[in-house]
Design a protein around this ligand. Structure first.
Ligand code: ADP
Length: 282
């Protein structure tokens, strides 16, 4: 059984189709990255998958349950970390965890142990008595992740988990996310950081204007678009041409009489993204 399955999903707001005929399957144990420029429909997709808004049309099944007909069961199987900070800043770290655990009816016998375990996992044990408003942005994000894990979800949804964090904090979060996946958790994240996708994701889906315009592993995408890239400077902009292999790019470059402003290199996800969407990633 797929962990997440969307079939011909549409979401219409004010007569505008912001998610347009999206079909996608994520297998248990995968880390899937949804990538796209602002306004592509990534957050709306996550909101539909996590029962926060209903699809206008189409079917969504998460952990075997239909998000429209069985939202209660879906919610038991998923952990969600949205972009906005949703922890209570006037409570302590521990109180936030305690509150969430009680909301999920985690029994007394297990609650303290589970809270300790997850605070330890995200390295916040020493801040458990601190008010959340005194934490850094990275710590608040780690607390949100710890809280999302308390009820032992099978699938974790992360909407731009590292946006606005410094590179070192971002890397620390990547390790946490990777570790969870190694323990068997299925993860769907949205991002516009290329390194994040390259480091974390087994497969990538690229969205633009509500449509899924490309999907596959990074290597599949590179093979499809071309492994070699010729860059040519034209005034203050660069023209990119893909070649199936680096050798072919090299042969093409060698054949040019005037090589001024030209260079070749292996293609990367950002090149593919720009080629497909006309936007830079961040
Ligand atoms: P992304 O996460 O890729 O940046 P979103 O899913 O947030 O994209 O938004 C996709 C489009 O849907 C945007 O044009 C946005 O303005 C619109 N949108 C999102 N939520 C709502 C809403 N609640 N009501 C009306 N329009 C919305």
């Amino acid at each position: 059984m797929a962990a997440v399955a969307l079939q011909n999903v549409h979401k219409v707001y004010n007569n505008v189709c912001v998610v347009n005929d999206l079909s996608l399957t994520i297998q248990p144990g995968e880390i899937f990255g949804l990538l796209g420029p602002n306004g592509a429909g990534k957050s709306t997709t996550i909101r539909m998958l996590t029962t926060l808004t209903q699809p206008t049309q189409g079917e969504i099944v998460v952990a075997g349950y239909d998000v429209v007909r069985q939202p209660f069961w879906v919610k038991q199987q998923i952990g969600v970390v949205l972009q906005q900070i949703s922890v209570d800043v006037d409570l302590t770290v521990w109180e936030n965890m305690e509150f969430h655990a009680r909301m999920h009816h985690i029994p007394n016998s297990r609650r303290q142990q589970d809270i300790s375990r997850w605070l330890d996992y995200v390295e916040l044990s020493d801040r458990s008595q601190s008010l959340v408003k005194t934490l850094s942005g990275g710590m608040k994000r780690r607390l949100q992740i710890a809280r999302a894990l308390l009820h032992q979800p099978q699938i974790l949804f992360l909407d731009e988990p590292t946006v606005g964090l410094d590179p070192q904090t971002r890397r620390r979060l990547w390790e946490i996310i990777k570790g969870l996946n190694q323990q068997g958790m299925t993860i769907l994240l949205t991002t516009h950081y290329m390194e994040e996708v390259e480091y974390l994701c087994d497969r990538i889906g690229i969205m633009d204007n509500g449509k899924l315009i490309e999907m596959g592993t990074l290597e599949e995408l590179r093979h499809k678009h071309g492994l070699g890239l010729l860059m040519k400077q034209d005034g203050d902009r660069w023209d990119y041409t893909f070649f199936p292999t680096m050798d072919e790019a090299q042969v093409h470059l060698a054949a040019q009489i005037d090589k001024t402003g030209m260079m070749i290199r292996p293609s990367n996800l950002e090149d593919i993204f720009v080629d497909l969407t006309g936007h830079n990633l961040d």
